[in-house]
Design a protein around this ligand. Structure first.
Ligand code: Q9C
Ligand code: ZN
Length: 681
């Protein structure tokens, strides 16, 4: 299993610059690259990455995607004078040539290919390439939107040819539609292209009908082009997360890519003059973390746009930090997608229903826009934490966001315990897999005193007491931030969990999320809202059901044909979990678990995105194999195997639908359709 993160940066690519006045192109400046790299150095991230040199992409490589005419025009600009360059630039929509442009664009292509080579050869697990000029608007025969050669498209084609890859996912989170990439792959079912973009009902550049949700691909490629248009500005963290949960991630898991490429534009971040969106840098940590769960972690992130230098560089740092496996910062602000975002999400699901098995039983029909059509420059939900107010002028806005981010990043860059796992288990199970701090059992009397306060009658047996002692020792290490996560083995998971939850709340944690898989002897009291329990079990428990809205029972038995649990994780568990904003996650596995090891590993992998990656695992002591794969998942330096994904049955889709309808008023990230319970938004 490969480990390590590649970083590609070459100062040469800062030599491409605008030589004349052009108000459209003047935001694509060399400082975009240099200031991002400086910020990476300041956070000591550069020294933690594997440096990989850029190289020039060859003519043959450029011709994988582009016409020879296009290549020749680009080549010919190297020796032109300013007058001639200006004239050639004018042939394209939003592009400028500099004598070094051709060289830089070849370096940008080569950087993307070097990254693909490093990841596929297993030199590193993932990586990022900081490149200019960007690529995703560039088409077979044309430069466009600051892009000369389509770096990411060439990288995908190269990976197909050189390594015989059959399924590549391209995620384009730049705020513009990568129409160039769409055109190149729209008939190709082996490349799944996802793009969200500012659209405003076709008012926003490049103003194409083909950027709308109903452009799903052509011919054999039908279903492999996913467009999610944003029809309002001001989209924020929760809109982006909702798009991942309800559109991209389930498709990506069904597609099962062998490699993931990101067209990584940060003009979708707060403060960007082009995007005018509201998402804060830490959302990119979450997006990156989700994509790291695919393709065995083989993830290549390649820079596209991003024009607010501070927002851009902080977002780049969040991405690289996450690639390195650091804990994920918590998302701040209200967790609810806005009506306009939900409409777009709903519509793209409807458009793709014929092509995706997981959508087969979802009931979707196209929506007429409920959110007002007089939308221009009207804001979507405004994230209160971002203090984002209406524009006064560009400079004021830019400086304001700079100040906001200066403070904001200090608040979220918590002192990080590097990922360390405390364990109450002996070396025979998992200690050899990860740096384990074997914890001494707590003094028995101390434990007894602690436990007698709440569950005295349940813990008479010595074995249980002993295991509670070591569980609490592990938990204390997490609560006091000495380690990031921990594993406790227990002869009675539900007792351990009940004690762990109470203890965490008494320690001062405001919101603790617990996912309990299997039979639960005792259901902890969740009435004060400080604990949210999601109980995954085969059938409804015989235990008297609480009517607390913080106890949710999810009946789910993993299918025999493969891992169908992903649809429940994206369609239900993650949305609820992100809505709740827990500061600690407890994942427990009791007797008669209805999920296989793959499903449980998926849960661990994905829930690392929450609660600053603080997770306590409580596992029945008979589960040696499970313990090992959980230990691997928690270590964060290698990806657990989730097995083959299978689509959910009609019955299961129905189960999720009922739960969503019941709960989306309370847990707003569940909303992906405008039909139900939306009026109060
Ligand atoms: N009226 C990237 O972010 N704007 N390119 C043109 C014409 C061009 C953005 C406006 C924006 C290009 C890679
Ligand atoms: Zn862009």
């Amino acid at each position: 299993m490969a480990s390590g993160t590649a970083l590609i940066y070459d100062e040469e690519m800062t030599s491409h610059k605008l030589l004349w006045k052009d108000p459209i192109c003047d935001i694509e400046v060399p400082e975009r690259l240099s200031s991002s790299y400086e910020q990476l150095k300041r956070y000591h991230l550069v020294e933690r990455c594997v440096p990989v040199p850029a190289r020039e992409g060859s003519e043959e490589e450029i011709l994988l995607v582009h016409s020879s005419e296009h290549l020749e025009v680009a080549k010919s600009t190297q020796t032109m004078n300013e007058e001639e360059m200006k004239r050639v630039s004018g042939n394209y929509d939003a592009f400028f040539f500099h004598p070094s442009t051709y060289h830089c664009a070849r370096l940008a292509v080569g950087a993307a290919l070097q990254l693909v080579d490093s990841v596929i050869a297993g030199k590193v697990c993932n990586g990022m390439a900081l490149v200019r000029p960007p690529g995703h608007h560039s088409q077979r025969n044309a430069a466009n939107g600051f892009c000369l050669f389509n770096n990411v498209a060439i990288a995908a084609e190269y990976a197909k040819r050189k390594y015989g890859l059959q399924r590549i996912l391209i995620v384009d989170w730049d705020v513009h539609h990568g129409q160039g990439t769409q055109y190149i792959f729209e008939e190709d079912p082996s490349v799944l292209y996802f793009s969200w973009h500012r659209y405003e009902h076709q008012e926003f550049w490049p103003s194409l009908k083909k950027s709308d949700y109903d452009a799903v691909g052509l011919g054999r490629g039908k279903g492999s082009n996913i467009n999610l248009p944003w029809n309002k500005v001001g989209m924020g963290n929760s809109d982006y997360l909702a798009a991942f949960f309800h559109v991209l991630l389930p498709m990506a898991f069904e597609f099962d890519p062998e490699l993931v490429l990101v067209s990584s534009g940060y003009d979708s971040g707060i403060g960007d003059p082009e995007g005018q969106m509201n998402a804060t840098p830490e959302v990119f940590a979450h997006l990156t973390h989700f994509l790291m769960q695919l393709a065995n972690g083989k993830l290549c992130v390649i820079l596209e746009g991003g024009y607010h230098l501070k927002s851009l560089s902080e977002s780049v740092c969040m991405t690289v930090k996450t690639l390195l496996g650091d804990p994920i910062p918590q998302i701040t602000g209200e967790m609810a997608p806005c009506l306009s975002a939900i409409e777009s999400i709903h519509n793209v699901r409807a458009a793709h229903k014929p092509y995706w098995k997981w959508l087969m039983y979802e009931d979707t029909s196209f929506l007429q826009y409920l959110s007002t059509k007089s939308h221009l420059l009207e804001k979507a939900n405004t994230n209160p934490s971002t203090e984002h107010e209406s524009k006064i002028n560009n400079t004021d806005e830019t400086i304001k966001v700079e100040r906001f981010l200066e403070l904001h990043m200090k608040n979220i860059l918590f002192p990080v315990p590097p990922i360390k796992t405390a364990a109450s288990v002996e070396s025979k199970t998992s200690a050899h897999l990860l740096p384990v701090h074997v914890v001494k059992e707590k003094d028995m009397n101390e434990v007894k005193a602690l436990v007698s306060a709440f569950y005295a009658d349940l813990v008479k047996e010595d074995e249980t007491l002993l295991s509670l002692g070591s569980m609490l020792a592990v938990l204390d290490k997490i609560l006091t931030k000495q380690v990031c996560n921990g594993i406790a083995e227990s002869p009675a998971a539900s007792v351990s969990v009940a004690v762990a939850l109470r203890h965490s709340v008494r320690f001062g944690f405001q919101r603790v999320l617990c996912i309990f898989v299997g039979d639960m002897e005792i259901i902890p009291n969740t009435e004060d809202g400080r604990i949210l329990m999601i109980h995954v079990c085969e059938k409804l428990q015989s235990v008297e059901k609480t009517n607390s809205k913080h106890y949710i029972s999810l009946n789910w038995k993993e299918g025999a044909e493969g891992n169908d649990f992903f649809s429940a994780v994206f369609g239900f568990i993650l949305p609820v979990a992100y809505s709740y904003q827990a500061n600690l996650t407890v994942i427990a596995v009791g007797p008669n678990r209805s999920l296989g090891i793959n499903g449980i590993s998926l849960l661990f992998g994905l829930l690392r995105g929450l609660a600053e990656s603080r997770i306590l695992a409580v596992i029945e002591n008979t589960e040696i194999n499970l313990m090992q794969s959980v230990a691997t998942a928690l270590a964060g330096n290698s990806r657990p195997d989730f097995g083959v994904c299978a689509p959910p049955t009609q019955e299961k889709v129905h189960t999720l639908k009922i739960l969503r309808e019941q709960l989306q008023q309370e847990w707003k990230m569940l909303r992906c359709s405008v039909k139900n319970g939306i009026s109060g938004n």
